[in-house]
Ligand binder design. Structure first.
Ligand SMILES: [Zn+2]
Length: 166
């Protein structure tokens, strides 16, 4: 059975109209071998949440078309309360844009950093893997190039997490 998660993007600065669809396409490609599917929407008064199993709120800080230079720092974080990872994430989109270098690369890069944060949340796992999207520090190449899928290790853990409710 599919576990559908709505990702609500709250943009502090307006993004391109095609941005959510591009994030959704990449997230669903990354999680293709799991039961999890994503609906990425801009947070608004007209959201469609009746057919989703879970909702993740993403505060998108900074401009995704920013041309400011890369100065380091975390690209994304997930809220933790008393050791429980909450479906509340922050993406520093100006830092992300600076890191990957140019605006067209940003939606795919955002999907990949969100995939990393979503693994923390879905697995309730604060620790990292040594390879793949769930390693502690993602390179520019990890965020920009080719096709990035979950490793078998993370795929199996996501499957195990959601097969219990079949
Ligand atoms: Zn992490």
């Amino acid at each position: 059975m599919t576990h559908t998660i709505a990702i609500l993007l709250h943009f502090v600065f307006a993004a391109d109209p095609g941005f959510p669809a591009a994030v959704q396409e990449e997230l669903n490609a990354i999680f293709e071998s799991t039961p999890v599917r994503y609906q990425v929407q801009v947070e608004s008064g007209a959201m469609h949440l009746s057919e989703v199993n879970d909702v993740v709120y993403v505060n998108v800080k900074g401009g995704c078309a920013s041309k400011s230079p890369w100065t380091g720092g975390a690209l994304a974080t997930t809220e933790s309360v008393d050791g429980v990872l909450r479906p509340l994430m922050t993406v520093e989109c100006d830092k992300l844009a600076a890191y990957v270098g140019y605006p067209p690369a940003v939606p795919k890069a955002m999907a990949r950093v969100l995939a990393h944060e979503l693994l923390h949340y879905l697995l309730q796992e604060p620790h990292h893997s040594s390879e793949g999207l769930f390693k502690a520090s993602l390179s520019r190449a990890n965020l920009k190039q080719g096709v990035t899928l979950l490793r078998a290790a993370e795929t199996d853990r996501v499957k195990a997490r959601f097969t219990g409710s079949l």
